[in-house]
Every structure is written in C-alpha cells, then in structure tokens.
Design a protein around this ligand. Structure first.
Ligand SMILES: C[S@@+](CC[C@H](N)C(=O)[O-])C[C@H]1O[C@@H](n2cnc3c(N)ncnc32)[C@H](O)[C@@H]1O
Length: 205
C-alpha cells in the first residue's frame, strides 16, 4: 500500500475514527444494504467490510442482525475502533492471514478504500476480495468519481493518494475475475465535503 496514505491512518487513527463514526451508515451505503442483503436468516449471512476504517458499518450491520466482520490494513485504525466500540473486539482484524482461517463470506463491502490502492496493486487487492467470497456472493464497492483539489501526485490535503477511476475500470477488472456487474448508484459526499462525489457498484459472482 502507498506508505504516505498508510501513515496518515496510522498516525491519526483516534481522530479519524471519531470523525467517521459521526456519519450515519444510513446516510450512505445503508440505503443500498436494504436492497442487497436478505431480510431472513440474517444471523447466518456473513459480511466482510474490507477496509473497514472505524468499523462504523460493521457495527451498523451487527445491530441489523447480520454476522458482520471487518478488515483494515491499518493496525492503529483497528485498535482505535475497538477502543471506541469494545463490542467490535472479536469482529475486526488487521491481518489477512487470520481472516483466511475462517469461513468465507456471502458479501464483501469495500467503501472508500480502492482509491488509495496504487495501479500496481489494484488487481491483487481485487483478487484478495474475490478470495473471501462464497460462490454466488456479492460485492459492493464505493469509490470517488470526483475529488477536487488533488495535487499533481493525486494526493489530497492530508497526503492520501486518491486515484480517480471510473466504473468502466472496475467493471473490466472485476468481469475479468469472473464477476457480473449488476447496478450502480451515485452520491454526494456523506461528510458534506465540496467537490467530492461517489459511485457505488454492485457485482455478483
Ligand atoms: C477513507 S477510509 C474508509 C473507511 C470505511 N470503509 C468507511 O467507509 O468509512 C479508507 C480505509 O481503507 C484502509 N485501506 C486502505 N488501503 C487498504 C488495503 N489495501 N487493504 C485494506 N484496507 C485498506 C485504510 O487504512 C482506511 O482505514
């Protein structure tokens, strides 16, 4: 992963988690979850939030009755998330290998993560996400399609890499891995930042 981006999350995790937790899941992806995840046997429906940040969406899904878990590459984000919400203690992981020891998932969500992944690493990350899905599973990805005021290295004011890729990019990569593209939605920024908008795409395996 891009080191400068990782450093930002590692060094500011407490403050970032509080900021992310101040936004309701309902305001963004929660609107779509209702159409994607089943209403019955929720407790047996396994969801992985890949790049879960503060664990906000994992907590929301657990409270909705789903068997939800989160993974994040930033160990400090995971520590801060668990400190703020101890109920997430056994639900969040910063290690891919320990995650690989458990059963696979019916759904993976990956929200506001892939724009941080470099061109040389994106295919590997998408393959890893696919690895975690059961047969007939689905994948929800959200990514910025407009991000104003980036510098000439595509970094934002916090130094994070924000690579803007359109849906065709993700569709072609995921279709080549065996996914089918189902739907997409557009949203303004849930933190009300000017000049940022998001696309969410649903894929099935
Ligand atoms: C903008 S935050 C989004 C957090 C959360 N998904 C949300 O919607 O609030 C991006 C998160 O992705 C994580 N991340 C970035 N690259 C990653 C990767 N390759 N694998 C796992 N997590 C990653 C970061 O550590 C950070 O917590």
């Amino acid at each position: 992963m891009d080191q400068k981006t990782l450093e930002y999350y590692q060094q500011n995790s407490d403050e970032i988690c509080k900021r992310y937790n101040s936004v309701s899941t309902e305001k963004f992806l929660g609107k779509y979850f209702k159409n994607i995840f089943p209403e019955k046997n929720k407790e047996k429906y396994r969801i992985l939030d890949y790049g879960c940040g503060s664990g906000r969406d994992v907590l929301y899904l657990i409270n909705q009755g789903y068997d939800a878990y989160g993974y994040d590459i930033s160990s400090e984000m995971i520590l801060s998330s668990k400190k703020i919400n101890p109920i997430l203690k056994d639900r969040l992981f910063d290690s891919i290998s320990s995650l690989k020891e458990s059963e696979k998932y019916n759904s993976v969500i990956c929200s506001a993560v892939l724009q941080h992944v470099t061109d040389s690493e994106i295919l590997e990350v998408l393959k890893t996400i696919k690895y975690f899905l059961k047969e007939n599973g689905n994948l929800v990805i959200s990514y910025p399609v407009i991000y104003a005021n980036l510098d000439n290295e595509n970094r934002d004011d916090k130094g994070r890499l924000q690579i803007i890729r359109n849906s065709e990019f993700y569709i072609s990569k995921l279709v080549s891995l065996g996914f089918t593209h189902e739907k997409e939605w557009f949203d303004k920024d849930s933190m009300n930042r000017e000049g940022i908008s998001w696309q969410t795409s649903l894929f099935t395996l």
